[in-house]
Design a protein around this ligand. Sequence first.
Ligand code: GAR
Length: 202
Amino acid sequence: MLKIAVLISGGGSNLQSIIDSIKKDSLDCSIEIVIADRPNIYGLERAAQNNIKAEVVDRKQYGRELSEKIYSLVRDKVDLIVLAGFLSILNGDILKAFKNRIINIHPSLIPSFCGKGMYGIKVHESAIEYGVKFSGCTVHFVDDGTDTGAIICQKMVPVYADDTAETLQNRVLVEEHKALPEVIKLFSEGKIKKIGRKVIIE
Ligand code: GAR
């Protein structure tokens, strides 16, 4: 069975979507560990409610050593690392050791509204301000850039004239909660093939 680590920084609704898919039997994988880069976030409660091991690797405490510490917790223990609303940037050995085995969900259609400083509600504020008619979410492999890895899956939603960042965020989240479990399932079934930047689903 596929073993995964889920990394979070906030409410953990994407973590919950993975937990729910496992419970529904639509996803055959086990969450070995949840790692949070800050304490006292609701995502940690979700882990506790579901008896999932959780660790806080506080980015304020670990600073530049954050990736190293996370690597020590997942090394040889998981097959896939899932960034589910994780707002720190990974670097160093963990990226090499887990090449093509770290995925991230981002709440826009990459390459729009992504990159450094683009996270959470800011993404939706930018999309509304720009006036796009469609937005959505992207699941991609993590490389050494910010939101630059090969795209695995995108889901699109309309943007309406009376949308606020919050209404758009909620519409996009519905799609995120489908996209992330879907991609983990495809990964667990060995159906994701990457050729250069192109990802082919078999
Ligand atoms: C999600 O919308 C996720 O796509 C976004 O943070 C939110 C976390 O929600 N991630 C990023 O912006 C990463 N750049 P959650 O904690 O409820 O899953």
